[in-house]
Design a protein around this ligand. Structure first.
Ligand SMILES: Nc1ncnc2c1ncn2[C@@H]1O[C@H](COP(=O)(O)OP(=O)(O)O)[C@@H](O)[C@H]1O
Ligand SMILES: [Mg+2]
Length: 270
């Protein structure tokens, strides 16, 4: 279980994350959703021990991240935006390096993971010849090399085409359901992750607007929610035939970022 209690992170006078409480249970596939600059990466950086909270605390399986840092980090696979590899090594060589770093000596494990992310037939190609989607899949395979119980993925679908997004999300769903991994994923695109996550939290300006089980958030007495998207037309199409969406307004904000404001959500309305 991962617990954040009143976690705040300030950079100078600016607080990027404010009083965040979150509870993520074993086996959850949890999505942290929000627009760019909302504080998603800052939260994930704190959960992975890259930076420390200014206030509040984080526990993982009841151990304090500040105290038992090394042990906790050993149980985590981490994938941050724009994964970096040695471009002039092959996919397999990059995996072998990561395996050595993590103290994993089974070569069969490298091939099993490359196969899982559909890269086995390209394993001997240089990484500089990989597409972004292939690099993201290699990053996922690398994050899994030590068979971590927890996977933390910061915008793993960012910049991918719809097929690339589908492949990554299907892999994560499989890891969650069949391998009982606890997975935390961030995204600024709600409907990408909506289909696979059992819990979500929506964050804006460093504060959690709402969190919980998806079906509970969408239950009858829910009033409204804001969905941000960079693909407004697709989002509109997605929302239109959902029985729980009564109506929605379209609020353009910034260039390339539009907001849909769903007026009312009524699950039982047919
Ligand atoms: N190291 C840093 N120093 C100063 N400000 C930062 C730093 N990291 C993030 N921020 C600021 O904190 C806010 C949240 O950023 P971030 O967590 O990266 O958002 P997201 O991942 O949701 O796009 C932004 O306003 C960002 O500019
Ligand atoms: Mg980010």
């Amino acid at each position: 279980m991962i617990e954040l209690k009143k976690v705040t992170k300030c950079f100078g006078a600016k607080c990027a994350v404010k009083d965040v409480d979150l509870l993520i249970s074993r086996g959850d596939l949890f999505a942290l959703l929000g627009p760019n600059g909302a504080g998603k990466s800052t939260i994930l950086s704190m959960i992975t021990g890259l930076i420390e909270p200014s206030r509040g605390y984080i526990t993982i399986d009841e151990k304090n991240l500040c105290v038992d840092r090394k042990e906790i980090l050993n149980s985590m696979g981490i994938l941050f935006e724009n994964p970096s590899f040695y471009d002039y090594l092959t996919g397999r060589e990059n995996m072998a390096l990561m395996a050595r770093l993590k103290g994993v000596h089974k070569n069969s494990e490298i091939d099993r993971l490359l196969d899982m992310v559909s890269l086995l037939d390209r394993a001997n190609d240089l990484v500089k010849r990989y597409s972004l989607g292939m690099k993201q899949r290699l990053a996922l395979a690398s994050a899994l090399i030590s068979d971590p119980a927890i996977l933390i993925l910061d915008e793993p679908t960012n910049g991918l085409d719809p097929e690339g997004i589908h492949i990554i999300l299907a892999l994560l769903q499989d890891l969650s359901i069949n391998k009982q991994k606890t997975i935390i994923i961030s995204s600024h695109q709600v409907f990408d992750v909506e289909s696979i996550c059992n819990k979500i939290a929506i964050i804006n300006n460093g504060s959690i607007l709402c969190d919980g089980k998806l079906h509970e958030l969408l239950k009858e007495d829910a009033q409204s929610c804001i969905v941000t998207t960079t693909r407004p037309d697709e989002c509109k199409k997605f929302l239109m035939d959902k029985p729980w969406v009564k109506d929605f307004k379209f609020i353009p904000r910034k260039k390339n970022l539009k907001e849909f404001y769903i007026e009312t959500i009524q699950r039982n309305r047919q």
